[in-house]
Each structure stands twice: as structure tokens, then as C-alpha cells.
Design a protein around this ligand. Structure first.
Ligand SMILES: NC(=O)c1ccc[n+]([C@@H]2O[C@H](COP(=O)([O-])OP(=O)(O)OC[C@H]3O[C@@H](n4cnc5c(N)ncnc54)[C@H](OP(=O)(O)O)[C@@H]3O)[C@@H](O)[C@H]2O)c1
Length: 512
């Protein structure tokens, strides 16, 4: 929500730890290239890859060049842009838990400050699995590369920021201890906890839709809203991530972060300003009021599932337990659907449905707000029977956009009513290609704007919510997995499940 022109970050050295990995190739390198192409990357910015894989500077450059050719959203690659950027790309080989590599890195960065004018500015991007995050912080600190306040020789305004990829902890305890470790070494303003969903254009548009239009705010409350639903659904299965996913599950991997982040944006109060802490204060208030589901309530209000073998889009797919890297007896959930409430004045009594799953009927990320039905006085039993209530849907992906369902008279002499859909497709309304989430987020890190990053209390409150469910699950044997077929909307809810107030409404391509 911040205007790009508002700041132009100072050039810096970006060090990517785990630079041989998938995220660097697919997202980070293409994002940096596209920022350079748009003239948004501060001129003279240096990129250093760090990792155990032995590579020369030249080999790393070639590797990034190939990744950019393959994954950049803009094609063909502009050779002059890439060559200018490539001239400032370097690689430092080193272990994550040994001091030597960090000492070399420190010396090289100091040398670059002198030769390339990076002025002591640093962004450390931890694009590594969680096990090596704390060792990296400790070793950077021991090498003198990490500091709460950067003492710069010539310029007192130089900055040091650290980006943490998800997952941020495995549960409440591990998130708290990671935060405590970070707190020992860094100021909160130096910490950028990544949730790349927040960098998506359509997610940022949620705030604009709500607070730059006057018509929605009046009905955005329990008096008018029947329910709110956030869905993150994939048709894909494990795609080679089975080993990681099997120790994680969909609740930790998707619901605890992406789904709750979307929910807070849709339900928060208008912030006092667009400053990072003003926005995050409001998001935190939602998480504080989000009703915890614990003990017996979990059985009543949370459904967990795991997909079996079956067909999706005409193709035979393996069961979750048959996926590569997955324990054949695994009880890890690949679906979670739940109902809870936000116990504050605005949302009291409005069911909040959260759903995330793999191998579901459709791949979509969307937020829906369904409004209350009109009294059936004028268009009652006869004409209104087929009508569905108004529903506003924000489609995050695919087909990014917003649609509103409402009732209309079918042309003719009789009085027949039907639901119709008013649709705003982002892509055709604004033909210019949207930047990738990582472009926006990297620029924000360099500019020191943390509005689109999770604050410490936000992450811990989200884990508190998830932990109540995880603990209840640990005490109860899981349902008889697998319990849903690929290409469906997950396990069939039990009789009690979602029975209160409204029936569970899985998103379906139902006619308007
Ligand atoms: N890929 C994505 O699209 C994506 C999306 C969202 C979040 N993330 C998160 O971003 C981080 C990086 O993702 P990624 O897909 O690039 O991960 P990755 O390919 O599994 O790992 C990145 C690099 O870390 C090093 N590494 C891997 N396993 C290690 C281990 N057990 N101990 C020490 N070093 C290890 C390897 O580099 P060296 O062997 O050269 O040291 C590897 O190339 C992860 O935390 C991931 O959860 C990724």
C-alpha cells in the first residue's frame, strides 16, 4: 500500500544464504532482475550468494542467468540489464555452522563497501531450511557482521536488515525461542518475516477495496455479514516436497501463516495510517480476538483430512501416503477446514470459515464475504427460493479480481429473479503486468518498510491459534486416513461440523 516513489532505497549488499536453492532460482534472482529492469533496484546494489555448494563467482552468475531466462515474468531477457547486474554478483562458499566462511564473507563485504560504494548497507536473506537459521545468526554475529546499530564510517544512516523465510518456527514454543534469539541480536525494525502472500497485488488490494471505497465499510460487520471465508486450495499434491510436508502438515504450512494473514486484512479495523506498525497493530488485534479452538471444540469445529488415490483432471494421482518422501503410514493432514469466530464488536457471532488443502477440486486462493439474506417479504417463497444472498469474493489467484453476486430480474413479463455476478477482472482492467510478490517485498526490505511483513507478536498469536488445534489433534487418534478423494472439496463434514448457524460452504463453481 506504499507508493514506490516515496522512497528510493540506498544501494546495499544483499547476501542470500542458501543461494544454490530453489527459491533463489525461481523467485529471488528473477525478482532482482525485474527490479533492475524497472529501474527500481538501487544502482550499484551487490548480490552475494552464500552456501556450501562449491561455486566460483562465474559459475554462480551463469546459474542465475539461466534461472532468470527460465523464470523471469518478463521475456525476453534484456541482456544489458542482466550484464550490468551480473557484474555485481559474487559467491562465497562456506558452511553454515563454521566461522571460517563468515570471516571470509565479512572481509569481502568490507572490501566491497570500499570498492563498490555499498556504504555498509546490508540485507541478509536467509533462504535456507529452519535448522540453519540460528547457526547463521550466531556466526554472522561472531564474525562482526550483525549489529543492532550499524556503525558506518562515513554515513551514520547505513542499515542492516535480516529476512526470514517461512516457516517461522514449527509451533508456538519454537517460534517464541526463535524470536527470543533474534531479539538478542537485532532490533525488531531490522527483522523482516516473510509471508509472500502479502506481496501479491490482490492481497494489497484488499485494504484498498475496504478503505478507499465508502460503500463497503457500512456493511462490513456482523449486522450485515453472514459469514467470512478464506480458502487456499490447491489441485497439486506434493510436487517433490513430500519429505518437508510430511513433518509439517497443511495447518502449519498454509493455515497458520497465509490464511490467517488474509483473514486479518479482511477483518481488521481501519488503521490510523499506512505505517507498518499502525497496520500491524490492527492485524494483531484481530488475532487477539480470534477464538481459540481447543480440546473438545476442535472435534466439533475442525475437520482434518488426507487425500487418497484417485483421479484429478482426468489423471490418475497417487495417495498422499504413496507420494515420494512421505511415510506410508503418515497421519499428516493435507486438508484442514474450520469454523471459528472473532470475538470483537464488529464480528461477534459471524462464523469465520478457514480452509486449506491439497489435491482439491480447484486451485484457488480467495476471500469471500457473504451478506445476510433479505427478508422474504417482497420476493418471498415463490420468487426468492432460488436466490442466494449477496456475496463479495476477492480472488487472489488465479483470475485475480473481485466479484459481487446480487439478485436481478430476468427480462420478461413475469417476475422471475436470478443471481448475477458483477465481475472486476484485475488483468483486463489493468493490462500492465503485475510485479511478482518478491519484487515488492525485496524493495520494501531495502526501503525499510515492514508493513507487509509479520511482526513478532503477530507470528506468536498465529501460532497460539494453531497450537490449540495441534495439541487437541495429538491427543486424539486421527480420522481414518485417507478420507477424501483427489478432486473433491475435502472430507465430508460430520453431522455436527459446521452445523451451528450455517452449513459448511465449500467454494464451488456454482452458478451465480
Ligand atoms: N522454494 C519456494 O518457492 C519457497 C516458497 C516459500 C518459502 N520458501 C522457504 O524459503 C527457504 C528456502 O527455500 P528453498 O526452496 O530454496 O530451499 P532449499 O532449496 O531446500 O534449500 C536452500 C539451500 O539451503 C541449503 N540447505 C538445504 N538443506 C540444508 C540442510 N539440511 N542443512 C544445511 N543447508 C541446507 C542448500 O544450499 P547449500 O547446500 O549450497 O548450502 C540449499 O540449496 C526455505 O525456508 C523454504 O521453506 C521457499
Amino acid at each position: 500500500m506504499v507508493e514506490l516513489a516515496r522512497y528510493r532505497p540506498e544501494r546495499c549488499i544483499i547476501v542470500i544464504f542458501g543461494a544454490s536453492g530453489d527459491l533463489t532460482q525461481r523467485k529471488l534472482a528473477p525478482a532482482l532482475y525485474n527490479l533492475a529492469r524497472e529501474d527500481l533496484l538501487p544502482e550499484g546494489t551487490v548480490l552475494v550468494g552464500y552456501g556450501r555448494t562449491p561455486m566460483t563467482d562465474e559459475a554462480f552468475r551463469n546459474r542465475l542467468g539461466e534461472s532468470i531466462s527460465r523464470f523471469s515474468r518478463t521475456q525476453p531477457i534484456e541482456t544489458d540489464v542482466w550484464e550490468t547486474l551480473a557484474g555485481r554478483v559474487f559467491y562465497q562458499q562456506g558452511a553454515y555452522d563454521e566461522a571460517e566462511g563468515y570471516r571470509h564473507l565479512h572481509r569481502r563485504m568490507e572490501d566491497m563497501d570500499g570498492r563498490l560504494g555499498t556504504g555498509g548497507n546490508r540485507v541478509f536473506y536467509l533462504s535456507v531450511p529452519p535448522v540453519v537459521v540460528v547457526p547463521i545468526l550466531h556466526n554472522l554475529s561472531a564474525a562482526g557482521s550483525l549489529a543492532r546499530r550499524r556503525q558506518c564510517d562515513e554515513d551514520s544512516t547505513c542499515y542492516l536488515r535480516v529476512v526470514f523465510e517461512k516457516p517461522f518456527g514449527h509451533d508456538l514454543g519454537s517460534a517464541r525461542s526463535l524470536n527470543a534469539e533474534i531479539d538478542r541480536l537485532l532490533e525488531e525494525s531490522q527483522v523482516f518475516r516473510m509471508d509472500h502472500y502479502l506481496g501479491k497485488e490482490t492481497v494489497q488490494n484488499i485494504g484498498v477495496l475496504r478503505f478507499a471505497n465508502s460503500i463497503f465499510e457500512h456493511v462490513w460487520k456482523s449486522e450485515s455479514v453472514r459469514w467470512v471465508r478464506v480458502t487456499v486450495a490447491e489441485t497439486l499434491g506434493m510436487e517433490g516436497r513430500g519429505g518437508y510436508f510430511d513433518s509439517t502438515g497443511i495447518l502449519r504450512d498454509i493455515l497458520q501463516n497465509h490464511v490467517l494473514q488474509l483473514l486479518t486484512l479482511v477483518t481488521m479495523e481501519p488503521p490510523a495510517s499506512l505505517e507498518a506498525d499502525a497496520v500491524r497493530d490492527e492485524k494483531v488485534k484481530v488475532l487477539r480476538c480470534l477464538r481459540r479452538l481447543e480440546g473438545h471444540e476442535v472435534r466439533r469445529s475442525v475437520a482434518r483430512g488426507q487425500y487418497g488415490r484417485g483421479t484429478i483432471n482426468g489423471q490418475q494421482v497417487p495417495a498422499y501416503r504413496e507420494e515420494e518422501g512421505v511415510d506410508p503410514h503418515s497421519d499428516t493432514e493435507t486438508f484442514v477446514g474450520l469454523r471459528t469466530y472473532i470475538d470483537n464488536w464488529r464480528w461477534a457471532g459471524v462464523p469465520i470459515y478457514l480452509c486449506a488443502g491439497k489435491r482439491l477440486a480447484e486451485g484457488l486462493v480467495e476471500v469471500s464475504v457473504e451478506f445476510k439474506e433479505v427478508p422474504g417479504i417482497l420476493f418471498g417463497a415463490v420468487h426468492g427460493r432460488q436466490l442466494k444472498p449477496n456475496r463479495l469474493t476477492v480472488r487472489i489467484q488465479p483470475n485475480e479480481g473481485v466479484s459481487l453476486r446480487f439478485a436481478s430480474k430476468v427480462p420478461g413479463l413475469g417476475l422471475e429473479l436470478r443471481n448475477v455476478e458483477m465481475d472486476f477482472p484485475y488483468g483486463s482492467a489493468f493490462p500492465a503486468a503485475s510485479p511478482e510478490a518478491y519484487e515488492r517485498l525485496l524493495l520494501d526490505v531495502m526501503g525499510g518498510n515492514s508493513a507487509l511483513f509479520a511482526r513478532r507478536d503477530e507470528v506468536e498469536l498465529a501460532w497460539e491459534f494453531a497450537s490449540g488445534i495441534l495439541e487437541a489433534w495429538q491427543k486424539e487418534p486421527p480420522p481414518d486416513f485417507p478420507n477424501y478423494a483427489p478432486g473433491t472439496w475435502g472430507p465430508i463434514p460430520s453431522e455436527q461440523f459446521f452445523a451451528e448457524h450455517t452449513s459448511y460452504a465449500a467454494p464451488s463453481p456454482d452458478s451465480p
